[in-house]
Design a protein around this ligand. Sequence first.
Ligand SMILES: [Zn+2]
Ligand SMILES: [Zn+2]
Ligand SMILES: [Zn+2]
Ligand SMILES: [Zn+2]
Ligand SMILES: [Zn+2]
Ligand SMILES: [Zn+2]
Ligand SMILES: [Zn+2]
Ligand SMILES: [Zn+2]
Length: 677
Amino acid sequence: MSEEYSIYEHLEPELLKDADGNVVKYSDRVALPPSILESLVNQQQRLSIASLPHPLIFRLQAEKSNSAVNSFVGVKEFTSQEGTILLPEFIYDKLVSPDNNDSTINITLASDIPKGTSIALKPLELYPEIKDWKYFLEAKLIKSYTTLSTNDTVCISEKDKVYKLLVEQAEPTSAICLIDTDIDLSIVPLDDEMAREMSNQQDTETVLQYGTNAVTIADTEHSHAYKLQLDNSNDLCLSLSINSQDVNLVDLLISNNQFISKDSLQWSTIPFNENSNINKNDGTISICIPKTDHWIEGKEFVYILPIVWSEGESFKSQLSISRIAEAHVTTSSLQETLKADEAKCSNCGKHVPKQSISLHENFCHRNNIKCSCGQLFLKKIPDTHWHCQNDAYFGATIEGRDIHQKLHHTEYECSLCSTTLPNYIQLALHKSTECPERLHICRYCQLTVPQEVPSAEAMLSSMTQHEYQCGSKTTECHQCSKIVRQRDLQTHMQLHELDRKQQVAPIVCANVNCCRILNEPTDLQLCSVCFGPLYSTDYDPNYVKLKNRLERKYILQLTRGCGTSWCKNVECISSGINPSLKTTTLKEKISHISNDLLTSVPLINQNVVTAKYYLCVDNLVTKRKFMADMIYEQGQYEYGWICEAVSKLSFDENGSEMGQVSSMEQWLHKHAVKVGE
Ligand SMILES: [Zn+2]
Ligand SMILES: [Zn+2]
Ligand SMILES: [Zn+2]
Ligand SMILES: [Zn+2]
Ligand SMILES: [Zn+2]
Ligand SMILES: [Zn+2]
Ligand SMILES: [Zn+2]
Ligand SMILES: [Zn+2]
């Protein structure tokens, strides 16, 4: 057991420097003298222990300003001078007081630090540029730190900026080891603002736009998918600049399914079957997906996962998204035509003046070696240059060769359904399309469920088996209460839509103060309520009696008024809207009635097409009319539809005006036809 090891030394602290001679600032990894490693190995052999504890963690103790301070550290290397310990500045400042030149550090092996299970970190400032703390820390923390303790402040430097975080909590003990363990990392928000931002971020995906986008390319464990809304009328072309990376090490993975992962996708820039839509040049990798592609047709979104196959790598780059492929400069177009006084070198193909061609060729054959793939190397083909034995691929790094082997020539078993696939690309396509365990969101129940093995019927209706079965369940149409199958509901609703659009707007009562709907067209174009006082069973072939009744009603309105407080009738003295009614004589009023009011009444005046009346109405109609006019001003619907909507409102309870407007708008949206629809 590691408890048996005993290391106890006094060392003189110095600052740790990197290969360029700069002081290492933020890390907990120290450099120790080789004798400590020697001593550990000797003890290991004496105690017959299979291996040294991993990672090695030491406890450092020192006296600073008359009090004991200590810190746990990991080891960077065993290269310091005997008797000295090299500390990153961060640890140095913690243990050594600036004015004390002869301080010593006591070092012991800390064999009791358990692997961490969870930590909670709290950023000590607002760092708005960090959108995903977990991702940021997972990528950075173990690069510099071996161990953390509660109440420690961790500093991480990234692009000249230092991020400070307080260790609020660590499990299972207050000091934990970060290496070779899966730690549940949680972020404690610094303040309310940060808490709000963190909760907002949880449901927003990173959305890409056509044009140039900044993206992060990370290894398969840390890569992050981006979402793009498709323009279905054009091809989709993606082009990623990868700077100096080996083209075999970086790929764009693309899927029409949001559950994209490194091995579940439909398209990728992994070169396969001589796919001419993929281009991998030095510095750029690109792919074009034609709009007619089976998997992209009719899809609203695609999900893009940029990855680098090398573990632990991560870099930022530019992803261009366009509707047509950018022209690629082909090598043939770069070839210049041979001039009259030039000759072509048989080795490197360069154009050289004729008089010096033999000199050049001699030199060239001696110094340049041409590989069978066409690449030219100075003197020797480097060991890292490789050709695949199974196909025409070649590359410049051993890692690239291994990735090629892994993606193209290795059999895989689907982790979900155990089907065997001949290579990685087939595996990825299988997992994103036909695998019965592939997850999707059911269009009917809206749950994330496996798609299952499709029956012939499901395939015919372009549904997954789950959706086909889910869609066979029935539901009640909220408009007509008919029982319909889920999968027929859409067609059923389209019929309702069609019916709705074919309707004509209801006819409104011709009384300008009224907004009631006419159940059927009438000669006078008045609603039954407004017509009520004018109704008579008397024989009246020339409408003389009708004219008299209407005239009498108008005289009453203009002289005595209807006597109500709510009246808004311009031709009623009670409303007060027309003040001149108080001063005009009866004779003037009678002539106004016969010249202006009765002339717009059908039956009385044969020429009237659109009738117009000015009759007093009750309080409820006055309120409804007010609401209807308000909505009508927005110009979205014909007046008839609005009057029908307003007739559905109940004014008996103290409903708010806003609530009434919105319930009218809902009714209109569902039943009415918009202007121009
Ligand atoms: Zn040459
Ligand atoms: Zn070659
Ligand atoms: Zn190959
Ligand atoms: Zn499968
Ligand atoms: Zn379902
Ligand atoms: Zn229905
Ligand atoms: Zn009316
Ligand atoms: Zn009135």
